[in-house]
Design a protein around this ligand. Structure first.
Ligand code: NAP
Length: 291
């Protein structure tokens, strides 16, 4: 029977610490870190994610400004908004909620964000720094997952890790963070045949494929740590569920996460941490000097 790693509990503890830190920063610098969020259109998932981010900012004392744009605004209007936020010295973090409606050039919009304010870590300059091991803004979901494992003192060094999914925002940066932690990493994607040959070899299995409950007990080895990134609707119940069949895997895993209440809250928590880091960079406290 596995121990459940609760992202909800861990993020609550980390947010309580950040609340104290933000209060001290306010006293020292006369302002709180400031996150600007741009959301375009009415995608219900995006609206709900943005509300979650606003709630966390409010809990911690991070200033939050949300720009909810109608999906008819032009690309130029969005680019101009980003330019003005880049130039605004009171804005530390800029986040564009993805996915954008298809009529927008997502890449151009992300590339327009000042890399020092790119709290999602999606700007090419931050990606290049990540892959060349330079201090940078780490993508939130992989960063949150590493923090979850460390919170339970789960050994990563020398372990075999399998990452299912190779997206730019989860799978690929996740792989790099594990390599940097001295793990040996394999990656499985939709074209991988006999996937279980890789997944069953893993001490730590990260599942980020966006397919409800695909990963069952046959995919995991006894005692594996299983981290479920997926956020899906269960086709049978309509409830939120992960990519992992929790009930099937839980008896064999050593540690496991749930959906909801697992990786999701840690992603938001990492976003808050990145906003504070960005603030510290802007007030002159260099990233290299920090732990
Ligand atoms: P994505 O961009 O759609 O990428 C999915 C990846 O999974 C692709 O690399 C795809 O392979 C691979 N894949 C799909 N079906 C597979 C299968 N049956 N076996 C093995 N690999 C398979 O998705 P994403 O943005 O990484 O997100 C993945 C999931 O995590 C989604 O459910 C998303 O909602 C969730 N998510 C959660 C959080 C959070 O904070 N909790 C954050 C981000 C994402 P190919 O490359 O071959 O197509």
């Amino acid at each position: 029977m596995a121990e459940v790693i609760s992202g909800r509990d861990l993020s609550a503890a980390l947010k309580a610490d950040m609340k104290v830190q933000v209060k001290e920063l306010f006293q020292k610098y006369g302002r709180a870190p400031h996150l600007a969020v741009i959301i375009i259109g009415d995608n219900p998932g995006s609206i709900s994610y943005v509300k979650g981010k606003e709630k966390s900012c409010n809990e911690i004392g991070i200033k939050n400004t949300t720009f909810h744009l109608n999906a008819r605004v032009s690309q130029k209007t969005v680019m101009n908004l980003i330019k003005s936020l880049n130039e605004d010295e009171t804005v530390d973090g800029i986040l564009v909620q993805l996915p954008l409606p298809k009529s927008y050039d997502e890449e151009a919009i992300i590339n327009a964000i000042d890399p020092t304010k790119d709290v999602d870590g999606f700007h090419p300059s931050n990606i290049a720094k990540l892959w060349t091991k330079k201090p940078c803004m780490l993508p939130c979901t992989p960063k949150g997952i590493i923090e979850m494992l460390k919170s339970k003192n789960i050994e990563i060094k020398g372990k075999r890790v399998c990452v299912m999914g190779r997206s730019n925002i989860v799978g690929l940066p996740m792989m790099k963070l594990f390599i940097d932690e001295d793990a040996t990493v394999t990656m499985v994607h939709s074209k991988t045949t006999r996937q279980w040959e890789f997944t069953r070899d893993a001490d730590i299995l990260i599942v980020a494929i966006g397919k409800p409950k695909v990963v069952n007990a046959r995919y995991i080895k006894d005692g594996a740590v299983v981290i479920d990134v997926g956020v899906n609707r269960d086709p049978e119940t309509g409830k939120l569920c992960g990519d992992v069949d929790f009930d099937d895997c839980e008896p064999y895993a050593s540690y496991i996460t749930k959906v909801p209440g697992g990786v999701g809250p840690m992603t938001i928590c990492a976003l808050m941490q990145n906003t504070i880091e960005s603030f510290l960079t802007h007030v002159g406290d260099k990233m290299e000097d920090r732990k």
